[in-house]
Design a protein around this ligand. Structure first.
Ligand SMILES: Cc1cc2nc3c(=O)[nH]c(=O)nc-3n(C[C@H](O)[C@H](O)[C@H](O)COP(=O)(O)OP(=O)(O)OC[C@H]3O[C@@H](n4cnc5c(N)ncnc54)[C@H](O)[C@@H]3O)c2cc1C
Length: 456
């Protein structure tokens, strides 16, 4: 797990004065094995084996396309294994983000089918839990802010229910009496990221795809301005289509002239272990500061800070203090729980907090990144959108507002192969002009936010 406090047993120092070896070293053997595993030519090469790259690769492999997915480290070791795994379309909804809510609800709707197919192909469960999410308020100010959020949910047609403090505690008796109200988001479920990444890893390969780990892509191969493949640290691979899904590192592998406004957004989280003595929660619980998510294996995940720190992934005392204090404020039993792990992850966040999906303007080069706090939630809709783009050269309507072209690069084509703009393609102008129906960001700053710098 990225940044995990426990030693990961990564590198061991070689003993001084070790005799020179004439035979190949284990590192050379590993490099040769990686090079040999790279297919010479595929239909699609995916850069990055996080939840997004793996989900896309799996769908395409299931469809019978020749697929390879590269990761410079192990699958999931970017943001994906750091996530809590909440599928929180309602709890995450922000004012004005209408298009993003539509995409999130559609993706949430797709999750049960994806889950069933994934578990069947991988041969193990992903701890998909259907308990729903409680967003609770402690004290009068928080109740007022939560009422604003409730009104927002109602205006957007969400089926969120308002609960009194007593009703919240009847569902979650271990919460403090100071919990004065809450929202119940009945459709906001969760998966376990560790099990989901393991399942996707297995499913990609079971469907006939190649997964090449510990092999960085250093750039894309272009012939006459069109994609011809990728260049890696272990050799080249020819590909008709390349999908950029390298998370916060996506800007490192772009061809000259292409810019993608994605940055790392640091999140620290921790896991505590519940026992029969401590008890635990039965739903995901959000406060204004933190979320707590009970997993099937007895862990309770407490997350997550939201910090602008570039690629600094240090675990800090302040971050852990904020998480534990935020959890204790609502759920006193946490004091007795053993801390099992702490970690950080770097969310790939775009400048409007919405994903970047679709064509790039470079023929054969697609992109799927910027999933911010919602990579798991949005993974099915993302995979379906990229599959449609690659198979039919057409993005589904629901995904069209999330093109790279919304950032103002007007020369970027929304098509993967052709030059023209698709019929009926919305002209998304993010953050410019009053077109809230078309922009995932429009109105994002209006109104009140329950977020205090610490959240999912
Ligand atoms: C603390 C925390 C909690 C979160 N909780 C949730 C949650 O509850 N629900 C939710 O939906 N989302 C959550 N998220 C967000 C979610 O984790 C991300 O949106 C998602 O993981 C992004 O997936 P990705 O595949 O785009 O990126 P990543 O998981 O970062 O994967 C990118 C991969 O690309 C690889 N890579 C980079 N450069 C190269 C290269 N040159 N060549 C080859 N490979 C390369 C990296 O090694 C990495 O594995 C959380 C995030 C954090 C940090």
């Amino acid at each position: 797990m990225p940044g995990e406090l426990r030693a990961a047993g990564a590198l061991r120092a070689l003993p001084l004065g070790a005799p020179a070896q004439m035979t190949a070293s284990p590192l050379q053997d590993a490099a040769a094995a990686t090079a040999a595993a790279i297919p010479a030519a595929v239909d699609v090469a995916v850069i990055g084996a996080g939840v997004i790259g793996l989900m896309i690769a799996w769908r395409l492999a299931q469809r019978g396309l020749g697929v390879v997915v590269f990761d410079r480290a192990g699958a999931g070791t970017g943001a994906s294994l750091a996530a809590t795994g909440m599928l929180a379309a309602a709890a995450e909804h922000e004012p004005g983000a209408h298009d993003l809510l539509a995409l999130a609800l559609e993706s949430q709707r797709q999750w049960p089918a994806f889950r069933a197919a994934l578990e069947a192909q991988a041969g193990h469960a992903i701890d998909y839990r259907e308990g729903g999410t409680l967003v609770v308020a402690l004290g009068r100010d928080e109740v007022e802010r939560l009422r604003f959020r409730f009104d927002l949910h109602r205006r957007c047609g969400l089926a969120t229910r308002w609960l009194s403090g007593a009703e919240v505690r009847s569902i979650e008796p271990a919460l403090r009496p100071s919990v004065a109200g809450g929202l119940f988001c009945a459709g906001d479920h969760q998966v376990d990221p560790r099990l989901t990444i393991a399942a996707l890893r297995a499913a990609v390969q079971a469907a006939g795809g190649h997964l090449i780990e510990h092999c960085a892509v250093t750039g894309v191969d272009l012939v006459a301005g069109s994609i011809a493949g990728v260049v890696t640290t272990a050799g080249r691979c020819r590909a008709k289509t390349v999908v950029l899904a390298a998370g916060a590192w996506t800007p490192d592998v772009l061809p000259a002239g292409l810019t993608v406004p994605v940055r790392p957004l640091k999140g620290q989280s921790l896991a505590v272990r519940a026992t029969a003595d401590t008890g635990t929660l039965s739903h995901i619980v959000w406060t204004e500061q933190i979320h707590m998510a009970p997993k099937g294996d007895g862990r309770l995940i407490v997350g997550a800070t939201v910090e602008e720190r570039g690629f600094d992934d240090a675990i800090t005392a302040g971050g852990l203090y904020a998480l534990l204090e935020g959890a204790r404020r609502a759920f006193p039993a946490i004091e007795e729980m053993a801390v099992e792990a702490v970690w950080t992850g770097l969310r790939p966040s775009s400048i409007d907090d919405a994903p970047i999906l679709g064509a790039t303007g470079v023929a054969g080069l697609a992109i799927a990144t910027g999933h911010h706090r919602n990579g798991y939630l949005l993974a099915p809709a993302t995979a379906l959108a990229i599959e449609a783009l690659i198979a039919d050269d057409e993005m589904p309507v629901i995904a069209r507002p999330f093109g790279l072209d919304r950032f103002g690069a007007s020369s970027r084509s929304p098509r993967l192969r052709g030059e023209g703009r698709g019929e009926g393609q919305p002209q998304a102008q993010c953050g410019r002009g009053p077109s809230p129906g078309l922009s995932p960001q429009a109105g994002k700053d209006e109104g009140l936010s329950v977020r205090n710098g610490l959240t999912a």
